[in-house]
Design a protein around this ligand. Structure first.
Ligand SMILES: Nc1ncnc2c1ncn2[C@@H]1O[C@H](COP(=O)(O)OP(=O)(O)O)[C@@H](O)[C@H]1O
Ligand SMILES: [Mg+2]
Length: 420
C-alpha cells in the first residue's frame, strides 16, 4: 500500500525502512567487524571441527557497540552451514543464570537427538539437567541426587559435542549479558561447565587403529559489558584466560560504515513498493557521508541516523538535508547514549576521561592528566588508564593518549550531538 501525499507516492515508509536501531535482530545494513567474522570462519570453526583445541571467545564492549548483533550474525552464518546453535540467550539480571544455560543446553541436546537416546546414562544426565533448568543453583545444596549442577551441564554439553562430531557439525553456544552473572559461585560454575566442555578430550580411533584424543566441535561465545572482565578476570584469573580469548570491541571504522551505505548510493536499496513489486531508494553521497560523520563509529547511532533520515522525507532520494533533519530529532537520544556510558564509569575513570578531554590533544599524556587530577605521580593513575584502555576500550594509551570511543570524545570536546 503506497502512501499518497498529494501526487507523491511515499517511497520511504516505516514498513520498508531497513535501519534497525536498538533491535535485537541482525541488521540488514551491516558494517565491518570483518576480523571477528573471519575469526569464526577461518579459525574457531575449522579448528574445532578438526578436533583441535581453540579457546572460547569473550566479546566485550560498551552498550550499543554491536556485541549481540555480531555474535547473532556469526550464529546465523553457522546455522546456515548446518551447525547447531543456541538461541539468543540473554542472562537476565538478578536471576539464576544456571537455569537459563541449562535450558539452552537442553535445546541443543534436542537438536542433537539425545532426547530419544536409549542409553540410561544419557537419560539420567538429561533428567539431571532438566532439574538444573528448574532449580538452578539451589541444586548445589542438594547433592544426594547426583553431581554438582555445573558438572551435569558440562557432561551434557560433551554429549552434544560427541553427537556433533559424528554429524560433522559445529556447536555454537552464545551467552549474552554475561555481566549479569554476579554471584561468585554461580559464575565459577558456569565458566567451569563451559570451560570443561571446551577442553574435553574425546578418545577416537583413527583409520589404521591408532588411538588419539581430540577436542569436540564446540565453540562458546560470551558477550557482555566490560564489567564482566572484572568479574571473570579478577577472580578466575589464569584459568579463565587459558580457556577464553577476550576481545574488546571498538567503534566501527568510517570506511566500513561508508562501504555499508554504498548500495544506497550506487544502485539504490531495494524495498517493497507496497503494491507487490519492488522499488529503490537512493542516498546521495553527501547524505551517506553525513550519517557516517554523525554517528562517530557507534553502530547504534548509525542505525538511528539512518532510520531518521529515512523518515525525514518520502522521495526516492535520501539527501543530506534529510539526514540533518532526522538527526535533529534524536539529539537527546544520542546524548543519552553517551551519558549512560559515562555514568556507569567508576568516579576515578570518569574524571580521568573528562580531564583528558579538557586538555589540548597534544597534551594528553598520563603525566599531565595525573597533574590535573591532583596526583603527585603518574603511576598512581596507571591502573585507571589501563582499565580505560584494555577493559573498556574508551582511551588508547599512545603518545599522547587518544580516544578510542569517538562518540565519547565528540560529546566531551565538541557541541556534538548538536549540529552546527
Ligand atoms: N556491524 C554493525 N553494522 C551496522 N549496525 C550494527 C552493527 N552491529 C550492531 N549494529 C546495530 O547497533 C545497535 C546495537 O547493537 P547491539 O548488538 O544491540 O549492541 P550491544 O549488544 O553491544 O549493546 C543495533 O541497532 C544493531 O542493529
Ligand atoms: Mg547486547
Amino acid at each position: 500500500m503506497a502512501l499518497r501525499r498529494g501526487n507523491l507516492i511515499a517511497m520511504r515508509t516505516a514498513i520498508n525502512n531497513p535501519f534497525t536501531p536498538g533491535s535485537d535482530t541482525v541488521p540488514v545494513v551491516w558494517a565491518g567487524r570483518i576480523a571477528q567474522l573471519t575469526d569464526w570462519e577461518r579459525v574457531v570453526r575449522p579448528r574445532r571441527l578438526s578436533g583441535l583445541p581453540e579457546r572460547g571467545r569473550t566479546i566485550l564492549g560498551e552498550a550499543g557497540l554491536g556485541k549481540s548483533s555480531l555474535v547473532r550474525l556469526i550464529a546465523a552464518t553457522a546455522e546456515r552451514q548446518g551447525d547447531w546453535v543456541t538461541p539468543q540467550l540473554r542472562i537476565p539480571a538478578g536471576t539464576d543464570s544456571l537455569k537459563a544455560v541449562a535450558a539452552a543446553v537442553l535445546a541443543l541436546a534436542d537438536t542433537a537427538g539425545l532426547a530419544v537416546s536409549r542409553e540410561k546414562r544419557i537419560r539420567d544426565l538429561l533428567h539431571r539437567v532438566r532439574a538444573v533448568a528448574v532449580q538452578g543453583m539451589s541444586l548445589t545444596l542438594d547433592r544426594a541426587e547426583g553431581p554438582e549442577p555445573y558438572h551435569a551441564l558440562s557432561q551434557l554439553l560433551v554429549e552434544v559435542g560427541i553427537a556433533a562430531m559424528r554429524a560433522e557439525r559445529a556447536v555454537l553456544v552464545h551467552l549474552d549479558e554475561m555481566q549479569n552473572v554476579t554471584g561468585e559461585n554461580e559464575l565459577s560454575q558456569l565458566l567451569i561447565a563451559l570451560g570443561d566442555a571446551l577442553t574435553h578430550e574425546e578418545p577416537v580411533v583413527a583409520p589404521g587403529g591408532v588411538e588419539l584424543s581430540r577436542a569436540l566441535p564446540i565453540a562458546v561465545y560470551l558477550t557482555g559489558l566490560p564489567d564482566f572482565a572484572d568479574l571473570a578476570g579478577a577472580r578466575k584469573g589464569a584459568t579463565f584466560a587459558r580457556r577464553f580469548a577476550t576481545t574488546v570491541l571498538t567503534p566501527i571504522d568510517d570506511d566500513d560504515l561508508t562501504m555499508s551505505l554504498r548500495p544506497f548510493v550506487t544502485d539504490g536499496w531495494e524495498v517493497p513498493d507496497g503494491d507487490g513489486g519492488t522499488t529503490r531508494v537512493w542516498m546521495t553521497p553527501e547524505a551517506a557521508a553525513q550519517i557516517v560523520a554523525l554517528c562517530h563509529g557507534e553502530p547504534f547511532l548509525f542505525q538511528l541516523a539512518g532510520e531518521r533520515a529515512w523518515y525525514a522525507g518520502a522521495s526516492s532520494h535520501i539527501t543530506a538535508d534529510d539526514v540533518r533533519e532526522g538527526w535533529a530529532g534524536v539529539v537527546g537520544e544520542a546524548s543519552l547514549h553517551v551519558e549512560r556510558i559515562l555514568e556507569r564509569l567508576p568516579e576515578r575513570e570518569r574524571r580521568f576521561v573528562e580531564v583528558m578531554a579538557a586538555l589540548d590533544p597534544a597534551d594528553r599524556t598520563l603525566t599531565t592528566i595525573a597533574q590535573r587530577m591532583g596526583f603527585a605521580e603518574a603511576t598512581q593513575l596507571g591502573t585507571t588508564a589501563q582499565r580505560l584502555d584494555t577493559i573498556r576500550g574508551i582511551v588508547e594509551r599512545g603518545r599522547p593518549y587518544t580516544f578510542r570511543h569517538r562518540a565519547v570524545e565528540a560529546y566531551l570536546t565538541t557541541s556534538w550531538p548538536r549540529i552546527g
